[in-house]
Ligand binder design. Structure first.
Ligand SMILES: [Mg+2]
Length: 387
């Protein structure tokens, strides 16, 4: 069996902005086709934007992959077409790890270990796993060694609101549906962040699991100050309080606090995780399968497991193949904390993919469908293909 073709579907579906925990401070200015945030330094899209990759074998089996490509997915598509596809075409899909590693090596002297080039490789890696699952009639987790669990516990990511009271109301509605774990995006100042979480505890009591994403905005001293207050409030983890590049300071932060520190969403190789593990600079790993792919993602969770670090795979903006790939890795990961759930992204996915993988009662539920277990409604996604 050989890889016969690789087709890219850069998508821009109007509306459906990824919310995460962002509040109304998003969309404060324009940057090209994208939008800026009043506090966070990254740019964002106000649409659903992503890149799907369709790989077809010479016997007609089709696999779908996706990377996180909310910004310029057509650029990632060009990288797939010009730099990744030539190494994959004509090769056996069973050699997915070698294909991935050789693609990684090909740009070794031109920025190979992060950014959109690795995203391009990862989309193809996910598509090959979907294809192989269909070839063998098995769900991807069975190709990865099996599922440690059929139900994958998750947390609701981002409950956007302009006030604590409004956010608490949204959370009560989630609680009625069986969800009691939430991640809140803060990073608006030491006093304000602490007051916000105190307010949520007052509104909802001690039962809910609250996780906080700080979007890389603080220095070490402020991170420790907030972290001590969060410990008293029983916060489950604090994500990315500081720039991830300064991992010696993360070592100090982890040593100073009992509050678990979570990070890793932007890393695209196992090496980035190993550096932090060696420096004692993380407590919970957040590998993003849309950026790592399944092959490197499994290497990361295995590495973290050997270091006693639980994995909580990160899910940001993207559609069903990305979420489904994350679900398959989470199932096959021995030391799992929680998987992220992005309600706005599942809502778009449900319009364009079948069957729905929407979590119910606080957990995703594994299916035994072959491959990733989701299929696009191809005519509908073609309407939003651009570039
Ligand atoms: Mg984050």
């Amino acid at each position: 069996m050989q890889i016969k073709s690789i087709e890219c579907y850069p998508l821009r579906i109007p509306g459906h902005p990824y919310c995460g925990g962002h509040d109304t401070r998003k969309n404060t200015g324009q940057y090209g086709d994208y939008t800026t945030h009043a506090v966070y330094r990254a740019i964002y899209t106000m649409n659903a934007e992503t890149l799907l990759v369709k790989i077809t074998s010479d016997d007609g089996v089709v696999g779908w992959g996706e990377t996180q490509a909310a910004i310029t997915p057509h650029i990632v598509a060009q990288l797939v077409n010009e730099l990744v596809a030539p190494g994959y075409l004509g090769q056996d899909p069973h050699d997915y790890a070698v294909l991935r590693d050789r693609a990684y090596d090909r740009l070794r002297d031109r920025g190979h270990d992060s950014g959109q080039y690795v995203d391009a490789i990862s989309a193809c890696d996910i598509a090959l796993h979907d294809l192989l699952g269909k070839v063998h009639g098995k769900p991807v987790h069975q190709l990865l060694g099996g599922a440690y669990r059929q139900e994958i516990p998750c947390y609701v990511s981002g409950v956007p609101a302009v006030s604590v009271a409004e956010q608490a109301d949204h959370m009560r509605r989630w609680q009625e549906q069986g969800f009691n774990r939430f991640k809140i995006s803060l990073g608006y100042g030491v006093k304000q962040d602490i007051a916000h979480m105190e307010g949520l505890r007052r509104e909802l009591g001690d039962e809910p699991t609250f996780l906080v994403d700080q979007h890389w905005v603080y220095d070490l001293n402020d991170s420790i100050r907030i972290g001590r207050a969060f410990e008293a409030l029983g916060i489950g983890f604090m994500e990315c309080p500081m720039d991830a590049e300064i991992f010696a300071q993360y070592g100090k932060l982890c040593a100073a606090l009992d509050l678990p520190i979570a990070l890793g969403e932007e890393f695209r190789t196992r090496y980035r995780f190993k550096e932090r593990i060696d420096a004692g600079a993380l407590d919970i790993a957040q590998p993003d399968i849309g950026r790592l792919g399944i092959t490197e993602g499994m290497r990361v969770t295995t590495l973290c497991n050997a270091a006693g670090i639980p994995s909580a795979p990160h899910i940001g903006s993207g559609l069903a193949p990305y979420t489904a790939a994350s679900l398959q890795v989470a199932a096959a990961t021995e030391n799992l904390f929680l998987l992220e759930f992005q309600p706005t992204q599942i809502a778009v996915s449900d319009e364009y993919f079948t069957p729905s993988i929407r979590p119910r009662a606080g957990a995703y539920h594994l299916s035994d469908l072959p491959g990733l277990g989701v299929e696009p409604i191809e005519d509908k996604i073609k309407e939003h293909r651009f570039a």
